[in-house]
Design a protein around this ligand. Structure first.
Ligand SMILES: Nc1ncnc2c1ncn2[C@@H]1O[C@H](COP(=O)(O)OP(=O)(O)OP(=O)(O)O)[C@@H](O)[C@H]1O
Ligand SMILES: [Mg+2]
Length: 363
């Protein structure tokens, strides 16, 4: 359980500390810093921002470093034990000295990101998550990565290795293509340089695919309390045979054409008699799309809990404004199942009797 967080030069915060209870509601007008605070909490969980992949953006304007420290009750380590997680971000310079961009410590001991994540699992739900269903496949892949990176160190490492190998392999394909152009005849044949990278993309890619399939199977077998749906995994299998099959096309395109970086999935909702399914992306109302996302997030919480034996903190950023009362109540029913942090611009979205049991931080 997250007890407190202190922020230094983090986005709009100079120096500030916040404490949390089982349920904490953050209330404030637009631009008051609600999402910034949530972003810092989530950073302690994943070691990454959910808004940007450029870490220095999280540093306050004009500052050269930012620091976020979270204090936790660590029930798994025994009663009364606390856990301290810290992230330091720099611009590449710290007090005039060249510095790493990101540093992590767990109880004061430096850690790599792969070993930092999963100390404090969190699941985030924000209005932008609707994009997971309706926008491009990369957002759906990000969702799968987020779920699996929280629970699985091998997966975290496989993703890093895969991305690195993919970049190298694509550079080689591009080089082969250019060479072919220069010689005036297409070079369909890959040379020996590829062997090493092929092996890496196949090994890591297959692990990624397998773990993604495992989560999807978990989701499909789970009893749905919010929205009755299924995930259909549209996987791009990577194997030696497939790389050989697409050899010519890959050289022509100058990029790797198969593998989990091309995966996608769709969410299928049932008709009322459960005899048929339809893709929520094309046939779901906005309300149904939101419920499907909420169901994905609830499944994520359960999946993480089952593997880590720690219940993730549920973070909900500004999700009330577009929902009707029925849907708001459905969400509020979920909040007492784990530690929850909510943000809203208007306290009135939350029924009065529920407010009583919440800690309120108002800006
Ligand atoms: N790196 C930064 N340094 C300083 N200020 C920043 C930085 N990044 C963002 N801000 C500012 O922080 C302020 C608060 O942003 P935040 O997204 O937390 O608002 P919010 O309370 O979530 O608002 P909304 O209700 O509109 O979502 C904004 O004015 C934003 O411009
Ligand atoms: Mg916000």
């Amino acid at each position: 359980m997250l007890k407190s967080i202190s922020l230094q030069n983090f986005r709009s915060y100079k120096k500030q500390e916040f404490s949390f209870e089982k349920t904490t509601l953050i209330v404030g007008p637009n631009t008051s810093g609600k999402t910034n605070l949530i972003e810092a909490v989530n950073l302690l969980s994943t070691g990454k921002s959910f808004r940007t992949d450029k870490d220095p953006q999280m540093i306050g304007f004009g500052d050269d470093f930012a620091r976020v420290v979270g204090k936790f009750d660590d029930f798994s380590a025994g009663s009364g034990q606390t856990l301290s997680l810290e992230v330091i971000l720099t611009n590449g310079q710290y007090m005039g000295v060249k510095s790493q961009y990101k540093k992590f410590t767990v109880n004061g001991v430096p850690r790599r990101r792969v070993d930092f994540a999963s100390n404090f699992p969190a699941v985030l739900f924000s209005p932008q998550d609707l994009e997971i269903i309706i926008e491009s496949p990369s957002l759906r892949r990000n969702f799968l990565d987020e779920v699996l990176e929280t629970v699985d160190r091998d997966y975290r490492i496989a993703v890093i290795s895969y991305q690195k190998a993919l970049r190298q392999r694509n550079a080689l394909l591009e080089k082969t293509r250019e060479e072919g152009r220069r010689l005036g005849k297409p070079l369909a044949q890959r040379d020996k340089d590829f062997e090493y990278w092929d092996k890496l993309v196949i090994e890591n890619g297959q692990l990624i695919t397998q773990k993604r399939a495992e989560f999807i199977e978990y989701f499909n077998n789970l009893e749905k309390n919010i929205f009755d749906c299924l995930i259909k995994y549209d996987e791009s299998v990577i194997s030696k045979e497939r790389l050989i099959q697409y050899e010519e096309e890959e050289v022509m395109a100058g990029v790797t054409l198969v593998g989990p970086h091309r995966d996608d999935f769709s969410v299928l909702m049932f008709n009322s008699s459960r005899s048929n399914t339809h893709d929520v992306k094309f046939y779901g109302s906005r309300g149904q799309q939101r419920l499907a996302i909420l169901q994905l997030k609830i499944a994520q919480i359960k999946f993480v809990e089952g593997i880590l034996s720690k219940t993730p903190v549920f973070i909900m950023d500004d999700i009330f404004s577009e929902l009707d009362e029925g849907h708001i109540n459905l969400i509020l029913e979920q909040i007492d199942k784990q530690q929850t942090i909510l943000t809203t611009t208007h306290e009135e979205f939350v029924p009065k009797k529920m407010l009583k049991s919440m800690k309120i931080i108002s800006f």
